[in-house]
Write a protein that binds this ligand. Structure first.
Ligand code: PEP
Length: 246
């Protein structure tokens, strides 16, 4: 399966910035030099304009979160159906910043995944251990518990392994540690979902940049990258995309 390089803009971006960035991605994707799939996940205010600017291009657009309900009295929230209506095809769910800033639990993430699938979105579910948990050797158990709690039965989306301590820090796990965790996640997915679990993409996220992308993307069971900071600069994001496998 082609690798997926997904950009998580987080709470960054303006109309001007989004226009320039997606136009650069659109142009790069059009020359067919890229072997991977590309996805940008701007803040909710920019999903519509990004989707509009990328209409007819192979670059997909996603949201960074959605509510578990389809509509109703939930001030400040947006639903999966609203994202779909704006042209999104994917949604990131359970990012560690959502889990930390908003106290999102595995059960809430699972409910959001169900809502996303019902609305026709491809969910990208984030899991990953904190630094203290890794130092204590608990990373496998932590990630297994997150997968068990966050994925509904029959899950057919994308999993992103994002060690919390590697996000936005410039630090990454060793290649051996990434490979070991991706193998662990694969085993958990197959145990839970059977043969279907063998075909799901598992992205790596956490300080991916052009200089480390080729080594990370070459590891077994790495199905692409979820990229934060480097996704805000077209040349950096495209540098990562060029390192991806087809
Ligand atoms: C992320 O936000 O999902 C992420 C991986 O961020 P960064 O690439 O900046 O570490």
């Amino acid at each position: 399966m082609r690798q997926l390089i997904a950009g998580n803009w987080k709470m960054n971006g303006s109309l001007a910035m989004a226009g320039a960035l997606v136009n650069a991605l659109r142009a790069a994707a059009a020359d067919k030099a890229l072997a991977c799939d590309l996805l940008v996940c701007p803040p909710a205010t920019l999903v519509t304009i990004a989707a509009h600017a990328l209409l007819g291009s192979p670059v997909a657009v996603g949201g960074q979160d959605c509510h578990a309900k389809a509509s109703g009295a939930h001030t400040g929230d947006i639903s999966a159906a609203m994202l779909r209506d704006c042209g999104a095809t994917h949604v990131i769910l359970g990012h560690s910043e959502r889990r930390a800033d908003h106290g999102e639990t595995d059960a809430q993430v699972r409910a959001k995944v169900v809502a996303a699938v019902a609305a026709g979105l491809m969910p990208i579910v984030c899991v990953g251990e904190t630094e203290a948990q890794r130092v204590a050797g608990e990373q496998d158990a932590v990630v297994a518990a997150q997968l068990a709690g966050s994925l509904p039965d029959g899950f057919a989306g994308v999993v992103a392994y994002e060690p919390v301590w590697a996000i936005g820090t410039g630090r990454t796990p060793t290649e051996a540690d990434v490979a070991a965790m991706h193998a662990h996640i694969r085993r958990e997915l197959v145990a839970r979902l059977g043969a279907a679990g063998a075909g799901l993409r598992i992205l790596y996220g956490g300080s991916v940049k052009p200089s480390n992308a080729a080594a990370l993307m070459a590891l077994p069971e790495v199905g692409g990258a979820l990229v934060g900071g480097a996704s805000l600069v077209a040349e950096d994001f495209l540098g990562i995309a060029r390192a991806a496998r087809g």
